[in-house]
Design a protein around this ligand. Sequence first.
Ligand code: HEM
Length: 527
Amino acid sequence: MDKNSKKNEKLDQLKDHTTDNSNEKLTTNQGLKINNNQDSLKSGERGGTLLEDFILREKITHFDHERIPERIVHARGSGAHGVFKLSKSMEKYTQAKFLSGIGKETPVFVRFSTVAGSRGSTDLARDVRGFAIKFYTEEGNYDLVGNNMPVFFIQDAMKFPDLVHAVKPEPDNEIPQAASAHDTFWDFISLMPESMHMIMWLMSDRAIPRSLRMMEGFGVHSFRFINSEGTAFFVKFHLKPKLGVHSVAWPEAQKISGNDPDFHRRDLWEAIENGAFPEWDLGVQLIPEENENDFDFDLLDPTKIVPEELVPVEIIGTLTLNRNPDNFFAETEQIAFHPGHLVPGIDFTNDPLLQGRLFSYTDTQLSRLGSPNFHEIPINRSIQTVHNNQRDGHMRQQIVKGKVSYEPNSIGGGCPYQAMMKDGGFASYGERVSGAKIRARSESFVDHYSQAKLFYNSQSEPEKRHLQKALIFELTKVTIPEIRERMIGQLNFINKDLAKKVADKLGVKVKILDQPNGSIPADHDGL
Ligand code: HEM
């Protein structure tokens, strides 16, 4: 099948920036033809190299600056272009135009990633996988920056740097490269009961997918849909792979990592090259605003799922990846996702983890991509015309004509914003908010074990055995006995049999923690 058989406005836009240099003569960056790419300019055949050799200097200087910082998390990734096709109009729930009108197609770029490892680390690490989608919509870019697990480790963005410092290689010896098997990770986790539900997912087979084409995706947080009447619905996003969910067992994962650390990347690339285009159903769970308090957990708590028995997932369309990038760095590496890239009809909630993410992404991309103009990098450009009065800055690409870069004005088009509000400009959902400033966590976030239990109990016997073995493997690597004991204490709150099986293998006595209802231990530093 022809990769470009469908009209894809994003690919058309990228064509203007793509060159095929295979038959071109070598030139300098200024377009000067080069006549010798083997030898530097010397003072005599065996003489020193001359400083004036601008061709050598340019070549080496550019090489010296090839590396940019890798992502602080999700550094290891693989991406592809594709299309999202809507099969069920969501017009009743959201004004978002790309979700209205059956059969509507929207170009996308998707990047999958592991979280903890560096850019060159193995694909098969036991880890969470990122599943980030950029929809190039007619109303601007919409990013769904999700993971392959429906919950997260922590409830509040305040703990994110601590989580990442605990899971990344230890600062003294930069060990281990793999995700979780070490003292600092388990030390932190054993002190954070809110992470227990996520830990059950992370120790399960879900953490070692067979293929990126065979894993689910989740938006994790509750977001909002808002329809044209201003009525809002909570929405949870799901991606379900058409190939089903498949994993590998841990011993297989270790062998594959040794043989081919690019296993997932290669599989995705080859599948797309061979026309076996990976597909996912995009589904939503919709909850009317008035039903916000119908659950025994808080919809704003990212460590909780909304069970599908309570709110079924409605399938609304299909995501298909049908074209590999032309250039890994220019596209997969330079793409910049952000959970705050919204379109009218979609908005945030007060989930305190999501709220912190809204600050983090642009901030990190400023240093990772090095300029406030990174939205002008071809892969990040909206297919819409971008117009605002921002100007200048490092590496500005767009040449904006005229002398007016302020508003209101009377000489350069007047006050475009007033017209835009009438013409469907983005307006935040008018949620009523009130309350005293308080640095605290809601009581409704305090149950850390019910859904962890639910997850463990939902596993089949072989899956339970894999999960037990994963914990045994992980905790065997922990060198500090108190951390192991504390962790067994946490497992005991989830399932006594699980705790006992792990404890027996580790030769640890089950220690019952003195913690009311799974809250932060009393001796833990106050929040
Ligand atoms: C990447 C921060 C939670 C999914 C990143 C990056 C940062 C970050 C700084 C690197 C971005 C870049 O360099 O372009 C945070 C913070 C979080 C948080 C502060 C919590 C407070 C989450 C959660 C999810 C998630 C809950 C899933 C729902 C991702 C994904 C990427 C990413 C998929 C990789 C995007 C890509 O492929 O470029 N995050 N994150 N993050 N994050 Fe988060």
